[in-house]
Write a protein that binds this ligand. Structure first.
Ligand SMILES: NC(=O)c1ccc[n+]([C@@H]2O[C@H](COP(=O)([O-])OP(=O)(O)OC[C@H]3O[C@@H](n4cnc5c(N)ncnc54)[C@H](O)[C@@H]3O)[C@@H](O)[C@H]2O)c1
Length: 255
């Protein structure tokens, strides 16, 4: 799959990893639909120019995501939608039992699972149905789905039951989805980022951020959003990458 002249839908594109991916794909000659529930996605798309359009949608909504996919298919013209880079997600922290002995809130657990896991399934199913209608390109491919997991899927820390479970679910879906969609010539890969410098991480105190950076074997720093985007571009263009979860973390293993 090439980026140039192909059309991609990017969720979570108002911020962080999704926004960086949109910039990189446009720079490589692609067309992008930037999807986010945050209205600022519109300004971001405008800044990227004619190759970008915005779509305000909640990834957990079947109707809103269908509209976003339809918009991307329209933008793709004869080539249709070539790929989805699904970055929208939320982080949450809650202990099973807090310092006063109260159990964790069940609704907030379910909310994290709904956005990060059910939302990913929603995006995947609608994107796959649209891309299955594509005419295969010269290398026989119809499309590629890139999901965003987290190293918390493997090395979850205290307070991350909901977040880790949601991302472990994203990891768990990669292989069965790739196997199923192989008959449509659609690849499925997940990226499991370590700690990246994005608005999501800006809420952690400076000291904690420095400790995290120091815990990375090499390079001893947080990841840059464009390094995520770089991997997304490589996944799009390398047809042998499929059914895999790729850690992008400088070698960090959370304690
Ligand atoms: N930043 C990190 O260190 C890190 C590490 C591992 C995994 N991740 C994952 O990467 C993804 C992107 O994270 P980020 O750091 O860029 O975060 P971010 O907060 O900068 O961006 C996330 C975007 O998702 C959007 N979003 C949230 N819920 C949505 C919904 N229901 N519908 C539509 N849009 C929604 C937000 O509006 C926001 O623009 C997330 O899935 C996150 O869990 C991030």
């Amino acid at each position: 799959m090439q980026v140039k002249d192909c059309t991609f839908l990017i969720t979570g594109a108002a911020s962080g990893l999704g926004a960086a991916t949109a910039e990189r794909l446009v720079a490589a000659g692609g067309n992008v639909v930037l999807c986010d529930m945050n209205n600022s996605v519109t300004e971001h798309a405008e800044r990227l120019g004619d190759c970008a359009a915005a779509c305000i949608a909640d990834i957990t909504s079947a109707e809103q995501m269908q509209q976003a996919i339809d918009e991307a298919v329209r933008m793709g013209g004869a080539g249709g939608l070539s790929g989805v880079i699904h970055c929208a997600g939320v982080v949450s922290v809650a202990k099973l039992v807090d310092r006063n002995g109260n159990p964790a809130d069940l609704e907030s657990y379910a909310k994290t699972i709904n956005i990060n896991l059910v939302g990913t399934f929603n995006v995947m199913r609608l994107a796959a149905a649209a891309m299955a209608k594509n005419t295969p390109n010269e290398s026989g491919e119809r499309g590629v789905i890139i999901n965003t997991a987290s190293i918390a899927a493997f090395d979850g820390q205290v307070g991350q039951c909901a977040y880790s479970a949601s991302k472990a679910g994203v990891v768990g879906m990669s292989l069965p989805a790739a196997r199923e969609l192989s008959r449509h010539a659609i690849r499925v890969i997940a990226i499991a980022p370590g700690v990246f410098e994005t608005p999501m991480m800006s809420e952690i105190p400076d000291e904690a951020a420095q400790a995290l950076a120091a815990a990375v074997p090499f390079p001893k720093r947080l990841g840059k959003p464009d390094e995520f985007a770089q991997l997304a571009e490589q996944i799009i263009t390398n047809p042998m990458l499929n059914g895999e979860v790729i850690r992008l973390d400088g070698g960090i293993r959370m304690q």
